[in-house]
Design a protein around this ligand. Structure first.
Ligand code: ZN
Length: 258
């Protein structure tokens, strides 16, 4: 269980350490997991909080090609480790991407006690970037609209997703994305829940959306294919720790409950 407590973990000098490279690949520890006991934090380690009451930090370092990716670790360890890995991945990305001030280009300095970088030259402060996205399961009666991106493993289909644009409400983004990607108009929209998605720093806002019709037009760029599926005949689905999968499972549960 991950307990978010940055000031608390910073007050302690050692504990568990996650070693991660710039690609988000993570070093295996001696016990086969990815959490290594260290007497004191290595130089540059970023404390995050507590994992089962032990302080935990992440260290960005030069990786090795044998290190498994975060997705591989998650596939093996499952949802219980999601929040910890998601936090570690995003802190490493933030540390790498905010070394210099975006306003005046001076080097930035880390502030203790919070995830913040401060520019002593102009006073600008940067926090970890979090990018809100919508993710939506489009349904028509019992049927589900699932699509595949050209980046997906062969055979896998998922829900539709996209970034929220400046000035746009989440519900507007659901309607726009669905229309852009598959040419459908949407009727009723219902909020499901959210999930922090660390590839690289999205906050996924999950929605169910009821399609006004079944005729789809695939954009061919963001979406390689899309199709209606019945609950009894589904393609290969996204991994169990994803909100995409949770949306699909919640719909299927609703169908089974009648
Ligand atoms: Zn500055």
């Amino acid at each position: 269980m991950f307990h978010r407590d940055l000031p608390g973990a910073e007050r302690l000098s050692g504990g568990l350490c996650i070693r991660m490279d710039a690609r988000g690949c993570i070093a295996p520890a001696r016990d086969g997991g990815f959490l290594e006991h260290v007497e004191s934090w290595p130089e540059g380690a970023q404390p995050l909080g507590f994992w089962h009451d032990q302080p935990v930090a992440v260290l960005a370092e030069q990786g090795h090609r044998d290190w498994p990716s975060a997705r591989q670790w998650l596939g093996e360890l499952g949802e219980s480790h999601f929040m910890l890995l998601s936090t570690a991945l995003q802190v490493v990305t933030w540390q790498r991407d905010h070394r210099f001030c975006g306003r005046c280009a001076s080097p930035m300095r880390r502030i203790a006690g919070e995830f913040a970088m401060h520019c002593d030259t102009c006073g600008h402060r940067d926090y970890p970037r979090i990018s809100p996205c919508i993710i939506t399961l489009v349904t028509h009666g019992e049927d589900l609209l699932l699509a595949r991106s050209p980046r997906f493993p062969p055979g896998r289909y998922s829900t539709l997703a996209g970034f929220i644009e400046p000035g746009e409400a989440a519900e507007d983004a659901v309607r726009r994305e669905v229309h852009e990607e598959v040419g459908l108009s949407i009727g009723r929209i219902a909020y499901f829940r959210s999930q922090s998605w660390p590839f690289p720093h999205s906050l996924m806002l999950g929605f169910f959306a009821e399609a006004a019709s079944r005729r789809i037009r695939i954009d061919g760029v963001e979406i390689a294919d899309a199709a209606w599926f019945t609950p009894r005949r589904l393609p290969q689905l996204p991994p169990p720790y994803s909100i995409s999968r949770a949306l699909i499972e919640a719909h299927l549960q609703g169908v089974r409950a009648g």
